[in-house]
Design a protein around this ligand. Sequence first.
Ligand code: ZN
Length: 280
Amino acid sequence: MFKRQTTGSVICTSCGTLVGVNDAVCYSCNRRNPGLWGYAPAFRRLGQDLGFVPLVMGGTIVLYVLSLLVDVAGMRPILAPSSMAIRLLGASGSYPVFVEGRWWTVLTAGWLHGGLLHIVLNMLWIRQLAPAVAELYGPGRMVIVYTLAGVVGFTFTSVAGRYIGFLPLIGGAQLSLGASAPIFGLLGALVYYGNRTGSRHVREAGLQYALMMGIFGLIMPGIDNQAHLGGFVGGYVAGLLLDPLKPERIDHLVGGAACLVVTLVAVVASFVTALPLLLN
Ligand SMILES: [Zn+2]
């Protein structure tokens, strides 16, 4: 799959003009190493053929299964991982971030779920929204939006949990997890797309879903509204920074892949650093 092209021409990762695969500099935009050592075509396939959407869903399911297997004895109904298991794999919130200093859990919490219903509902939302965002922004930027929204969402809830934790509904959480923060990010990116391009249809679809899920969160107990709010803000700002009116570049695919790699590193870091905390 990850084959290197050594001869011929490729598309510059920055500006999209044809360059020799071994050219040191793009003659059109002056980018250095425009062919990414010959890996540029492989990145293009990664986004288009293999698809980032199944990668996000597959990764989330794998981590959920891992969270069950890592502490089978502590599992609760219905297929809910123990609190030890979710802390091991990187649940976020004011406790892990401020008390334990494990700030990178803002990257990992969006990939973890508290039970079967939780993950099934979120997977349905991702299946609905991620292909739409990938269509409008490109698959690489979809993953960047997803990752940034998770980071902002779990930062919001951790900070709120630390400083305004006494407030009802918006007091953040000591321990938080779930893909709904990045899902709100996908909605934020859709709303930004609608604003930027004047597509009322996309804007209203995004706003309606966000409103519906937001109100659901305010009514249901135990929902982390700060993570939702932060996720929406993060996705909207990510959309603004990435500008959907410009075509997706291979740089974005590389950025999306980098987001996934950094997240994986954060999961490993969570596991390694939580082990001694939990054994004490
Ligand atoms: Zn170029």
